[in-house]
Design a protein around this ligand. Structure first.
Ligand code: C2E
Ligand code: CA
Ligand code: CA
Length: 534
């Protein structure tokens, strides 16, 4: 009996013990699952996500479980935060231009590719290229160049935020993109514009924002830009076509000095040329495909020839005659312009020495690009060219456009001063078209100003032009400068210029530009005629 009760009790104890053990095991398992397995699984799952996409990084996990596991979770969160920052930095580096803070070329291409997938959603592509940037960078240093680009970036960003709504379409400024896509090239994408006129207005808005003086340290620089415009889908259905067409329009804008230009199929024919001209130009200089024509300048009072202007031309083996308006802007974008100018200088002075030997006592004028002015050895090169031909410095006049001088007036005063001290003539070309005031010219060591042909050509029909010509002559004389009227196309204009006491004249009415040999013959005829009439 006792034995039986004992074994019952033992069984009961064993059952209770087993139950307790099972319960403990169960509880332990539950606790283990919650404090270890679950947090561990959450951690491993997160780690697996991390490798898949950056979005999964953004969340954090709640530290749970054992002290060790909590620490692991905290470490994980810290690592995730660091990775998120790293992603942001990498994205910044891949898509943002570090100099200006604008989106870069990659970002721009990505955006353009996306926009160019919906033909029912028009947009405008603007390609902008700074004028004369190379000159600034080469002469004032990269530091100033960088400052200038930053300033342009800031001006473009402001322009983007003040874009006026176009036509009836409301403008979503958020969807616009302004980017720096290369050295001195910027671009803008403006959605919801399909009409050419609005596209041009938008380009003008950016032009206005960028142009104007910019003060950097002791330099006051005039900023200028040329903009090429392409409209999607009209001017191209894909990124590459649009870019190429906007680029052509940009070249055209630069060559014609008109600020902005819209792509046009007719540009393609002539302007595709530009894409190969650059390398061709180097060959042209080396292989004498370039030649000069000379256009006489006469004394308005006496009719005497007082000089000629050298104008460069190019006989391209495939494309035939190419005018300076087409290739000078390309040369100005690269170092080629220096070699080109040196070629012109040496050839012009050689020819000048030749006609002086034949008894024609006048000198020659050579056109300079703004970049030439900034070349460190320009003065040395000029003196070499003069010496080589045994010419007095007074035989040479350098023609510089008003805008070239205004690009960096302080610097211009310095360089031109050194040239003038050497008795080389300095002529301000295309006067009236730039931002120069006569009071500023006063500070320049100029000897001559040339009134732009746009005022002279029509002065007998347009009273505004006449006023400009008359007052320019008066003021220039007050400053002791010689005045040349260029673009004299008829006798009436020449007569009027004589009445206004203009000193010199140049234009088709007197003579067209002509090659050296033709000039010599023309000079003989001119003299024969003058001896007869005089
Ligand atoms: P520019 O210095 O204003 O030269 C005068 C331009 O006007 C020349 O055009 C000339 O042919 C043209 N012209 C002369 N008389 C008349 C006229 O009566 N009526 C009209 N409508 N035009 C007239 P071109 O030769 O095509 O030269 C254009 C520009 O190219 C020049 O303008 C000058 O800025 C540039 N250029 C020419 N040769 C050189 C050069 O050797 N170096 C540089 N840097 N630029 C040059
Ligand atoms: Ca000229
Ligand atoms: Ca001119």
């Amino acid at each position: 009996q006792l034995h039986a009760r004992l074994s019952d009790a033992r069984r009961l104890i064993m059952i209770v013990a087993a139950t307790i053990t099972l319960a403990v095991i169960f509880v332990a398992l539950v606790i283990f699952r919650n404090t270890t397995i679950k947090p561990l699984r959450a951690l491993t799952q997160r780690l697996r996500y991390v490798g898949q996409s950056r979005e999964t990084l953004l969340g954090t996990i709640e530290p749970r479980g054992t002290a060790e596991l909590c620490e692991l979770a905290t470490d994980f969160n810290r690592m995730a935060a660091e990775l998120t920052d790293l992603y942001a930095t990498m994205e910044q580096m891949a898509f943002v231009d570090s100099l200006t803070g604008l989106p870069n070329r990659n970002r721009f291409h990505e955006h353009l590719t996306i926009l160019a997938q919906s033909p029912d959603k028009p947009f405008v592509l603007l390609l902008m290229d700074m004028d004369r940037f190379k000159a600034v960078n080469d002469t004032l240093g990269h530091h100033v160049g960088d400052e200038l680009l930053r300033e342009v970036g800031a001006r473009l960003t402001r322009a983007q935020s003040t874009l006026p709504p176009s036509g009836s379409l409301s403008l979503n400024r958020e969807r616009c993109l302004v980017a720096r896509i290369g050295g001195d090239e910027f671009a803008a994408l403006i959605p919801d514009i399909s009409n050419i006129q609005n596209a041009e207005q938008t380009a003008q808005h950016f032009l206005d924002a960028v142009s104007g003086p910019c003060i950097l340290g002791s330099h006051r620089l005039m900023l200028g830009t040329s903009i090429g415009i392409a409209v999607y889908p009209e001017h191209g259905h894909d990124r590459n076509t649009l870019m190429r067409h906007a680029d052509l329009a940009m070249y055209f804008a630069k060559a014609s000095r008109r600020g902005s230009a819209v792509y046009d199929a007719s540009l393609d024919e002539g302007s595709l040329l530009h894409l190969t001209l650059e390398s061709d130009l180097i060959r042209a200089i080396e292989q004498d495909e370039l030649f000069l024509e000379y256009q006489p300048k006469i004394d308005v009072g006496t009719g005497d020839i007082v000089g000629t202007e050298a104008l460069v031309r190019w006989m391209h083996p495939q494309h035939g005659f190419v005018g300076p308006q087409e290739f000078i802007p390309i040369a100005e974008k690269t170092d080629i312009v220096q070699r080109l100018t040196e070629w012109v200088l040496f050839r012009a002075l050689r020819d000048c020495a030749e006609w002086q030997r034949e008894g024609h006592a006048f000198g020659v004028a050579v056109n300079l690009s703004p970049i030439n002015l900034h070349h460190p050895y320009m003065l040395k090169v000029i003196n070499e060219a003069l010496n080589e031909n045994n010419l007095a410095p007074a035989s040479l006049t350098l023609e510089l456009t008003e805008s070239a001088v205004m690009a960096d007036p302080e610097y211009a005063i310095q360089v031109l001063g050194a040239l003038a001290d050497n008795h080389i003539g300095i002529s301000i070309d295309d006067f009236g078209t730039g931002h120069c005031s006569l009071s500023y010219i006063k500070k320049l060591p100029a000897t001559e100003i040339k009134i732009d042909r746009s005022f002279v050509g029509d002065m007998n029909n347009d009273s505004n032009d006449l006023v400009i010509v008359r007052s320019t002559i008066g003021l220039a004389h007050n400053m002791g400068l010689t005045v040349v009227a260029e673009g004299v196309e008829d006798a009436a204009t020449l007569t009027e210029l004589a009445r206004l006491s203009c000193d010199r004249a140049q234009g088709y009415h007197i003579a067209r530009p002509m090659p050296f040999q033709a000039l010599i013959e023309w000079l003989d005829d001119w003299h024969a005629e003058h001896r007869q009439s005089g």
